[in-house]
Write a protein that binds this ligand. Sequence first.
Ligand SMILES: NC(=O)c1ccc[n+]([C@@H]2O[C@H](COP(=O)([O-])OP(=O)(O)OC[C@H]3O[C@@H](n4cnc5c(N)ncnc54)[C@H](OP(=O)(O)O)[C@@H]3O)[C@@H](O)[C@H]2O)c1
Length: 244
Amino acid sequence: MSEQSGAGRVVWVTGAGSGMGRAAAVAAADGGRRVALSGRRPDALESVAEDVRAAGGEALVVPLDVTDVAAIDAAHARIADAWGGVDDLVLSAGLNTPRRTWENQRIDDFRSIVATNLTAVAAVVQASIADLRRARGTVVAISSVAGWAFKPGAGIAYAASKTAVGALCRDLNVAEWPNGVRATHLCPGDVDTEFLSMRPEVPDAANREGMLSPDDVARAVLFALDSPAHVRIDELVITPTHLR
Ligand SMILES: NC(=O)c1ccc[n+]([C@@H]2O[C@H](COP(=O)([O-])OP(=O)(O)OC[C@H]3O[C@@H](n4cnc5c(N)ncnc54)[C@H](OP(=O)(O)O)[C@@H]3O)[C@@H](O)[C@H]2O)c1
């Protein structure tokens, strides 16, 4: 059976203003999808919208702080007004902190990280679930290798929240497959993006050599989105070759 055509489908991308969200949004537009772009920085989203349109796609800029559940519902309503609903989700918004050990972590940071990496994933899916059922939709949650296997140094809140995203995806797959909804727990290793500035030791150019690029991950996102409807990519781990 051939790949599922994404042409005309509406994909809502969170964390769309930069990094993997940006790359996935442009790649999805290249495949003919209409792309709703969410993140907190409107200027970054406008710049991605230009790239989407240059790729021949349609873009809708929907600024959003994903930790604000009421704002998620309002953002969903905006997309539904414009395009009738959401067919697929790419959830890339994420947060970490340099203070990630038992010596220096702060519980306020912990709460924000869980709110961004986990609760927001649940809230965006919840806001979209009726649409996803109607459209036989795919959810791609951009998690982390730290959500696939224990990774020392990733951060307590980060690893806990990303691991829980795996459980959320499994639940979606078990509970929602009769409704045609499927989810992918996408677990990248090191990717050369702005996100690395949240590490206790920010990698320099030499240390970024050989890391994944956002486009590498976007290819994996499109693989999950474009797989035929009877195929479920439960979990996908994608790492740089050099990862030990
Ligand atoms: N880079 C890596 O090595 C790596 C590895 C594995 C997994 N990941 C995961 O990959 C995902 C994407 O990260 P990236 O590497 O592409 O870094 P990135 O460029 O920093 O992307 C993260 C995006 O999340 C958005 N965001 C953060 N908090 C948000 C909020 N409260 N509401 C809405 N949007 C929010 C940011 O936009 P605004 O600031 O404009 O809101 C930003 O565009 C994250 O979930 C991260 O945990 C990263």
